[in-house]
Design a protein around this ligand. Sequence first.
Ligand code: PMP
Length: 358
Amino acid sequence: MLEARVAVKNLQAYCPPLAGRQGLRLDFNESTDGCSPRVLACLRSLDAEALAKYPERASVEAQVAHFLDLDPLQVLLTNGVDEAIHLICSTFLEAGDEALIVVPTFAMYGIFASAEGAKVVEVPAGEDFAFPLSDLLGKITERTRFIAVANPNNPTGAAVRHDLLLQIAQAAPHAALLVDEAYFEFHGETLIDHVGSVPNLFIARTFSKAYGLAGLRCGILAGPVDQICAVRRVASPYNVNAIALAVLPAALGDQQYVDHYATEVRHNRDLLQQELRRLGLQYWPSRANFILVRIGEAHAKFVAALRARGILVRDRTSDPGCAGCVRLTIGSNQHTHTLISAVREVVAELDLPRKVQA
Ligand code: PMP
């Protein structure tokens, strides 16, 4: 009888709540405004030939590389950052190798590493989700072949100092260090300038968040030429679809649109943080387009009460160190005002215990 590999049978399925997402979607850190109108115009102009042909990635890859000030050989376009993670795991992990992640974090690092038969070593973040540098360095062994750090991290919104990341890269030269900058546009700081000079450093970016194109499935993996060349061998030549490739230049070309949205989100992040403070709810200062809030025992009721008001947010209570926590995506001005009004109502309705402000 046909059986899946043991590593696959042992995988914990990752099942994000994808069904029934009607309403104001503040549960997946998507853009609430959607993409640039220039992207939509480009999409509408596509003809049958554009779809009949196999997609051609190279010229768009070169444009993305130029935008990032990198060599085209240092850049691989992927089917979202998800695929970039998958490809890194397939390229570098043998069964029995170790993958190091700091938890809580984005689930796909652990899933793709486990699927290769690697042992996932989880390093818990410190108090208030402080980055546990010395614990992480202490867990590096000769079998460590993959280390993933989301910067800023999901679901905490915390950022890691660049010198710490470079220290990790140096301490584990035999491991691929993936710095996942999916939320770069809301943070504004990047390690991309170190691509090529640090021999085991990879950076991932996505069009799913600030560009408003999560449905298109397009991400970027950047790394040293020789390592990207190895990763490219594992990727399908058609991994990024023709529609994504056709509209990507328009998306990149409208930086004003992306900057405007990111600026609005940063402003609204301050507003929401202020409001959470006023309401006496514990939250962690975020560098991304979401905020993690501790609601406590009433977390599921809080999520349900917002849903009853047409707003979807994500319960993160099962994530390590996140008991009672809910993650709220920050969107445009109007959407944030809607969220803030609803949160005020729900906090009053549920009579949540408030943290005493220092
Ligand atoms: N990395 C992080 C840290 C994320 O939070 C997410 C999405 N939630 C992704 C990657 C996935 O990005 P993509 O849509 O490009 O696959």
